[in-house]
Design a protein around this ligand. Structure first.
Ligand code: SAM
Length: 468
């Protein structure tokens, strides 16, 4: 989709909902002055509807067992490159107690979709955490039956997080194979069930999944408003190597190295050669977006092989090679289509020029637009955002519409095995991700720490409980 240059794009909730193309235009906006308007509007709406307080939610990732095979997720069932763990109730309660000692009044219990987490067992954990003191419990356990959801609500669970991941049913189907026991359910239908069962209801999407178009993302945002969500969590897609998407990206990168190798040497290179290592550096630079321009000089420089002369000087520019498309796609954070031979396949999905990039700027735009569309919702500056920008990601999220941060209280020895994507912020030794670091960020942003459980104002509003 080409960039849109409407001088005075409307930014109020009604106009955005009346014309989804306007949401699409804002998502693609690049003009700094207009983006400032977006950030300022989101910040103003946030202050007016949910105030300045920032609430902390302690997340405990208590099981990484998962029966699902989501094509992007590192804890998917077929991934054998991690140790599986399931914490016992004592361990979970100890983590919750630590969070409560730190003054946090919401515990998020998250896990893979793990049927071995028996409904009664989970209800027992809920009661046990609730017995520790005044605390709200958010569950994030994937797709479960109405009976289980009711049992847990009665046991004291207050909230449930279930991202619908993408509103595009074709894309959703490509990434989410069903469960072998046939127990998968429609996520949107489950969000309605959660609402009927009187949960505070949270959902969200990943930003920049290969195949996701701007129009898809605009529809995701519109659906947030239609679902009248109480909580909205969105973060960038981050490639995990031990997933089908990761396998594909590695194969693509290897294909790129082979194509460049052919261009320079007219032959396939041996695995251990200095040339191949140089060209691998080129491919890495391309995928990290560090390589611009037209190729040949840069390749020489990045490969550290300065005396190289291309065997076929025009090879890289020839359409059959696919190098230019690959370079551009990877630099944009997009997944290029098949490298050589010009063949494209159904997997992974490709949105071509309409592909949403999985980047920081788009994530801020989604947070800001979600705030304007759902002014009373609780919206976190997510961990995935902090992974892309460890020092400023959360702070910029808070400036652009967010009012929630979710520090991780999973015991450190389990965290590395809850790698839904690599480099997850709090698995790194980074002071910005400790509770002290988060509190320092709030102080630097002049935002007070929320007191109490921080019930969603949207939930209170729809129950008629929000004071005028
Ligand atoms: N099993 C529960 C569920 O399905 O809702 C909760 C755990 S699941 C791992 C939590 C979220 O992680 C998903 O909703 C998805 O959006 C996100 N996620 C998984 N893989 C990701 C990736 N590679 N990059 C970014 N987010 C990812």
């Amino acid at each position: 989709m080409s960039s849109v240059t409407i001088p005075d794009l409307p930014l109020d909730r009604e106009s955005l909902l009346a014309e989804p193309a306007t949401i699409c235009a804002w998502l693609q906006e690049s003009d700094p002055a207009r983006l400032s308007r977006l950030w300022e509007t989101a910040d103003r709406v946030r202050r007016r509807y949910v105030g300045d307080e920032v609430f902390l939610r302690a997340i405990i990732e208590f099981s990484n067992y998962c029966v699902r095979r989501c094509a992007y997720c590192g804890i998917r069932a077929p991934n054998t490159r991690l140790a599986r763990y399931r914490m016992n109730p004592e361990e979970i309660a100890a983590c919750a107690a630590r969070a409560m000692d730190a003054g946090i009044r919401t515990i998020v219990l998250q896990a893979g979709e793990d049927p071995a987490l028996d409904a009664e067992w989970v209800a027992g954990v809920i009661r046990r955490v609730k017995s520790l003191g005044p605390v709200a419990i958010t569950l994030s356990l994937g797709e479960r039956s109405d009976e289980e959801l009711l049992l847990w609500r009665e046991a004291g669970a207050d909230r449930y997080l279930l991202r619908f991941e993408t509103s595009n049913p074709t894309l959703y189907g490509l990434y989410h194979p069903g469960r072998s026991d046939g127990r998968a359910r429609s996520r949107v239908e489950m969000l309605h069930a959660l609402r009927r069962l009187d949960y505070e209801v949270g959902s969200g999407v990943m930003i920049g999944l290969p195949g996701q178009t701007w129009a898809d993302l605009a529809e995701d945002l519109r659906l947030f408003a239609e679902l009248d969500l109480d909580m909205i969590g969105c973060g960038p897609f981050i490639l995990h190597p031990d997933t089908p998407l990761g396998d594909w990206a590695i194969a693509e990168r290897e294909g790129l190295v082979a194509a460049i190798g052919q261009a320079y040497f007219g032959q396939n290179l041996s695995q251990t050669s200095e040339e191949l290592q140089g060209l691998s550096r080129v491919a890495a630079a391309i995928s990290e977006g560090a390589l611009g321009g037209e190729g040949v000089e840069e390749i020489r420089c990045f490969a550290g092989l300065r005396d190289l002369q291309p065997q076929q000087p025009n090879f890289l520019a020839s359409p059959g090679c696919g190098y230019q498309e690959s370079r551009k796609g990877m630099a944009d954070g997009r997944m290029p289509s098949a490298l050589c031979g010009g063949e494209t396949s159904a997997w992974p999905p490709s949105a071509g020029a309409d592909q949403v990039p999985p980047d920081e700027l788009t994530t801020y735009k989604v947070i800001a637009l979600a705030r304007i569309l759902c002014p009373w919702a609780n919206i976190p500056a997510t961990t995935a955002l902090a992974t892309l920008n460890p020092t400023m990601g959360r702070r910029l999220g808070l400036r652009r519409g967010a009012n929630i941060i979710m520090p991780n209280f999973t015991p450190p020895h389990y965290r590395t095995d809850y790698q839904i994507y690599p480099g997850k912020a709090e698995t790194l030794e980074n002071p910005d991700n400790t509770l002290a670091g988060i509190l320092a960020a709030l102080a630097a942003e002049n935002r007070p720490l929320g007191q109490g459980t921080g019930v969603s104002k949207n939930y209170l509003r729809r129950k008629g409980l929000l004071p005028a």
